[in-house]
Write a protein that binds this ligand. Structure first.
Ligand SMILES: [Zn+2]
Length: 304
């Protein structure tokens, strides 16, 4: 249980790796939470330090629709009646969880849907609760909270609805799932995009923040974030090289390739296997686009 003080009454409750995330908590004119996917007890403890409780939270901002980032939203909303704000792509998905499931690739009769729902219910309980967004945010929108201003920055790729939140006066950014973890970028849904992820990373590298906050690192403030983002981004090329080598060595299908997993250390769970498959499929498409491989009679072959 760890809480990191960022300064100016801004804190991070460390959730760390999936199925949790780091939650940004801002005490100002109002109490604002970004991505309530941490464990609830340390959050309660932080609030108690300010003589507050979960029912005193005023606003929750969601960076994107992933269950590990929205987990406690409705639980807190039931206690506090807080305002829920997110971007225009996430909002309709939050308002209709069937739409959310389809957005993430788990259509009604998808073979892995039930296992994914079970994983969410067991480890991110509350994320599938129905609820409604009160305020829709657009790229560049600003929120003023006393002496701090939050600004929305759309950063698609991880998912099309992914956004970061800047704190202007602190020259800080909460980068959510552009998280600089050793795992590397996650683009494990059909509508994730390697191209967009890369360009969002490049965009962040062209900035000059004093404080770069990861949504999943245990040490959440990333030192030398531009260099870190380069290494993080290189994971994409590293994975693509492995996949190309696998095809060059005779793998004909995505299933042949993931016989030795590229993304996850091991595939003990059908849900992780699905994420692995979707990520590898993005690379296959990228290799086809670069004319390095082709699909002949349903079989992957290198272009010679
Ligand atoms: Zn995510």
């Amino acid at each position: 249980m760890r809480i990191v003080d960022i300064g100016n009454d801004v804190h991070l409750v460390i959730g760390g790796e999936f199925p949790y995330c780091n939650t940004l908590v801002i005490f100002n004119d109002e109490i604002v939470l970004v991505d309530p996917g941490c464990k609830i007890e340390p959050l309660r403890k932080l609030l108690q330090g300010y003589d507050k409780d979960l029912k005193d939270i005023d606003t929750i901002i969601l960076s994107h629709i992933h269950p590990d980032h929205i987990t406690h939203t409705m639980r807190i909303h039931r206690l506090s009646k807080c305002r829920i704000a997110t971007n225009t792509i996430t909002a309709p998905l939050f308002n209709d969880k069937e739409k959310m499931k389809q957005f993430l690739g788990f259509e009604k009769y998808h073979p892995v849907r039930a296992a994914w729902e079970k994983l969410v219910d067991e480890r991110m309980f509350g994320a599938l609760d129905e609820g409604r967004v009160d305020e829709e945010l657009h790229d560049g929108d600003k929120f003023t909270l006393g002496n701090l201003t939050l600004r929305i920055k759309y950063t698609p790729g991880h998912l099309p609805d992914h956004m970061c939140i800047e704190i202007l006066e602190m020259n800080a950014i909460f980068a959510a799932d552009i998280d600089c973890t050793p795992f590397g970028p996650f683009y494990g849904h059909p509508n994730s995009s390697i191209k967009d992820f890369r360009s969002s990373i490049r965009e962040l590298q062209q900035t000059d923040y004093d404080i770069y906050i990861s949504g999943h690192l245990e040490e959440p403030v990333v030192r030398d974030y531009k260099k870190n983002l380069s290494e993080y981004s290189q994971q994409i090329q590293y994975r693509e090289d492995i996949i190309f080598a696998s095809i060059a060595n005779g793998a004909k299908t995505v299933y042949d390739i993931i016989l030795s997993p590229v993304i996850y250390p091991s595939l003990s769970n059908i849900v992780y296997m699905q994420f692995e498959k979707w990520m590898v499929e993005h690379h296959i498409n990228s290799l086809i686009e670069k004319n390095l491989i082709q699909l002949i009679n349903e079989e992957l072959v290198p272009v010679r």
